[in-house]
Design a binder for this molecule. Structure first.
Ligand code: HEM
Length: 361
């Protein structure tokens, strides 16, 4: 089982590159036709491109979205409660991050379902090609083609008539000179949409499932709504929405008695590192107080670590904190109607196809 210390050592060492992941998991495949994003780059290009979008994801900028996230969450939760029985993936987990990332980017509301369909096709295709059916590979190609066409047209519209959104801001940088090419801009949008949406869906789903299976912890949250923020990190640790990443050695590296030579690949298993008993006390126990300011608790690995640490972490924390507050505060008793629920076949992105629940009382 890969341990926390080894995963940490790999992610913190820039001699392990992420640039080769497409070739490692999808050898010779058409996924390379998808414009490669900065997730799959190393400095200096990584630094330049991450810097361009970084401003939109600072803690301060994201905190400014709080009232809008609260409005979206309250509407979704109230509607779900009124319906009585719902699939929480459809009712909350999908629409919340989809709405927020689309609004940030400037995707019109009528196009949100198109974005959802395209990004699901790409997310399935992130798994190693050996695990995909020919139909899934073909669906990925089609989703990528559609994605490039859709966002290409939207970028052109925003270039002509800028608005107060991220696509307009990036289009202005692109137009201003040599800091962002049109290809890089498309790539950045692919990663923001797919990473910004598919993983958060699963955090909401996996997180709520964990609370329903641990009613004492759910009750603790109801009694202490301010636990919502630290609870987000514990839920991320407990059931990682993104299970793994890969790295390739760029020089000879010694690690835990192995000598890796340039070109050797490794998989960094976040889910495994997060449950390592050498890194966390009682790792299999859900403890919403684990991250309440106690010093010395290891960071979970669900947002990665090091150079490629998730840029969307502040947005995820905000969305999930507000969703937890609403579920604990606005919803009466929540009952799980299927345990275990059905899971998606994905390996990299771990989550359910549906989470049927009933609100009573
Ligand atoms: C629960 C939700 C999320 C999880 C679990 C998650 C997880 C991760 C992980 C593990 C990485 C590092 C990958 C690696 O080192 O190979 C990463 C990177 C990234 N994430 Fe997230 N993510 C989430 C949500 C988001 C959101 C909402 C956005 C954007 C709006 C986003 C944008 C990105 C980007 C752009 C990167 C690449 C950063 C870089 O290469 O410098 N993610 N994410």
């Amino acid at each position: 089982m890969p341990r926390y210390a080894e995963c940490n050592a790999i992610l913190q060492n820039p001699a392990w590159s992420h640039a080769e992941e497409p070739e490692l998991l999808h050898p010779g495949s058409d996924i390379l036709d998808l414009p490669a994003s900065f997730l799959w780059m190393e400095p200096p290009d990584h630094t330049r491109l991450r810097g361009l979008v970084g401003k939109a994801f600072t803690l301060r900028t994201i905190e400014g979205l709080r009232p809008r996230v609260e409005q979206v969450v309250d509407e979704l939760v109230d509607r779900a409660v009124a319906a009585g029985e719902v699939d929480l993936i459809e009712a909350l987990a999908y629409p919340l991050p989809l709405t927020m990332i689309c609004e940030l980017l400037g995707v019109p509301a009528e196009d949100h379902p198109t974005v959802r369909r395209m990004s699901a096709g790409i997310a399935r295709g992130l798994d190693p090609d050996v695990l995909l059916t020919p139909e899934e590979v073909a669906a990925r190609t089609e989703a990528a083609r559609e994605f490039i066409e859709f966002f290409g047209a939207l970028i052109a519209r925003r270039r002509a008539q800028p608005q107060d959104d991220l696509i307009s801001a990036l289009a202005a940088v692109e137009a201003a000179g040599d800091r962002l090419t049109a290809h890089e801009m498309l790539a950045t949008l692919v990663v923001l949409v797919v990473a910004g949406h598919e993983t958060t869906v699963n955090l909401v789903g996996n997180g709520v499932l964990a609370l329903l299976r641990n009613p004492d912890q759910f009750a603790l949250l109801r009694d202490n709504p301010d636990l919502a923020a630290p609870a987000v990190d514990e839920l991320l640790r407990y059931d990682a929405p993104s299970q793994l990443t890969t790295r390739v050695a760029t020089r000879e590296i010694e690690l835990s008695g192995h000598t890796f030579v340039p070109g050797d690949g490794v998989m960094v298993m976040f889910g495994s590192a997060n449950r390592d008993p050498h890194a966390f006390d009682e790792p299999d126990r859900l403890d919403l107080t684990r991250y309440t300011g106690r010093n010395g608790v290891n960071r979970h690995m669900s947002f990665g670590l090091g150079l490629h640490y998730c840029i969307g972490a502040p947005l995820v924390r905000l969305e999930m904190e507000i969703a937890l507050r609403a579920l604990a505060g606005r919803a009466p008793t929540v009952e799980l109607l299927a345990d275990p629920p059905a899971y998606r076949p994905n390996l990299v992105v771990r989550g359910m196809t549906e989470l049927p629940v009933r609100f009573t009382g």
